[in-house]
Design a protein. Structure first.
Length: 103
């Protein structure tokens, strides 16, 4: 039972395995392209943990990952978007303390 359903196609093993090089955060999180997002809200509705919301951006609203720590990341928002505005993107590794290199 080491295989995962298709819903997890965007999830990397490091996430499912628990430990990740990003301090416990998923290695990949959804990223919304505000230029493609129409604010339709389908990704918001598709997100089980309600990690996405619509946020004002000028005169319009665009989807925003307001709770990245709640993201599984299942990838449902990616598949729910009819405008190809959401992608799973690598999360930046946190600054892990100071390793020498003082300034
Ligand atoms: S990847 Fe899944 S949990 Fe994360 S924001 Fe998208 S729908 Fe929600
Ligand atoms: S489904 Fe796509 S277009 Fe609709 S709000 Fe989400 S990112 Fe924007």
């Amino acid at each position: 039972m080491d295989k995962h359903p298709a819903a997890f196609e965007d999830v990397r093993p490091a996430v499912l395995g628990g430990a990740s090089p990003n301090g416990g955060r998923p290695a990949r999180l959804p990223a919304v392209d505000p230029l493609r997002c129409t604010g339709c809200g389908r990704c918001v509705a598709a997100c089980p943990p309600h990690a996405l919301s619509l946020a004002p951006r000028g005169w319009v609203k665009v989807a925003e990952l307001h709770a990245p720590d709640d993201c599984s990341p299942c990838g449902r928002c990616v598949r729910a978007c009819p405008f190809d505005a959401v992608r799973m993107a690598a999360t930046p590794a946190p600054q892990a303390g100071r390793h020498g290199a003082g300034a």
